[in-house]
Design a protein around this ligand. Structure first.
Ligand SMILES: [Zn+2]
Length: 266
């Protein structure tokens, strides 16, 4: 399984600024309750992939009482993606009640609820994100709950998401949990996080390999395609293998160096 997570923290959101930490014990799945599948509705500024939110009602601003750890929705080209918007160990404002102290929360951006293709794609991404988080934080699959289940347990506010949407497509939190379980059985237990810079010139990748090898990382240039030669100017992916704890830092460091399209994968 490969999972691509783009990090774009909502650093202006009061929740991010509060910076309270949690030890994640579970995952709460939400859906947005609004017909707008675009990630740019919630996440800004535009990174070239998200697109611009001209309504300026995104969540990267002060004065909002809500924030989640990730969103699943469409980029500006209509491709479904996962964007992480809070560090996983920050306390989110997503469930109301005590669930915020224990559960990582993510939103799936709703469309008009009737498109089976969009639903299938975002449901699959939700499964993958849950697998990733369960493995990373050693979470029990039983602690993957919908917002409405959080309410039933008395740890979240009274919302029906994502049941009202899942049920229209023959899915439920039970199917999600069982799909996560199935996927976890096929993913190797000791997976490695990889941070990939998608497009580096070959000489840049060589410089990065030298730098990160000196620092003790296993890293390499992904083999260029056979018809290309390893000359200056050819774009090729540079890969650092690391563990989860370091992956975020390595990714942010590479972005600070000016590299874009930095992906974290397992
Ligand atoms: Zn919710």
């Amino acid at each position: 399984m490969t999972i691509n997570i783009t990090q774009k923290f909502l650093i202006k959101n009061d929740c991010y600024k509060a910076g309270r930490k949690i030890t994640p014990k579970g995952i709460m799945v939400h859906s947005t309750g609004a017909n707008n599948p675009k990630l740019s509705r919630y996440i800004q500024p535009d990174d070239g992939v998200l697109g611009v939110n001209t309504n300026k009602n995104d969540w990267n601003q002060i004065g909002l009482d809500r924030c989640v750890h990730a969103f699943i929705g469409k980029d500006k080209n209509g491709n479904a993606k996962i964007y992480q918007t809070l560090p996983w160990n920050y306390r989110g404002w997503h469930g109301g009640g005590k669930s915020n102290d224990t559960h990582i929360g993510f939103e799936i951006c709703e469309d008009g609820l009737t498109d089976p293709v969009y639903f299938a794609v975002v449901y699959k991404l939700a499964v993958e994100l849950c697998v990733y988080l369960c493995k990373t934080f050693n979470l029990s699959i039983n602690e993957i709950i919908g917002h409405y289940e959080g309410f039933q347990r008395g740890i979240a506010s009274n919302h029906s998401d994502p049941k009202h949407w899942f049920s229209r497509h023959g899915k439920s939190m039970d199917t999600l949990r069982s799909d996560v379980k199935k996927e976890m059985e096929v993913v190797p237990v000791n997976f490695t996080d990889k941070v990939t810079v998608q497009n580096t010139a070959f000489w840049q990748a060589q410089v990065l390999v030298e730098e990160y090898q000196k620092r003790g990382f296993k890293c390499y240039i992904n083999p260029v395609r056979s018809h290309e030669t390893q000359e200056d100017g050819f774009a090729c992916p540079f890969v650092v293998e690391t563990n989860f704890q370091h992956a975020n830092l390595v990714k942010m460091e590479l972005e600070t160096k000016g590299y874009s399209a930095v992906w974290e994968t397992i």
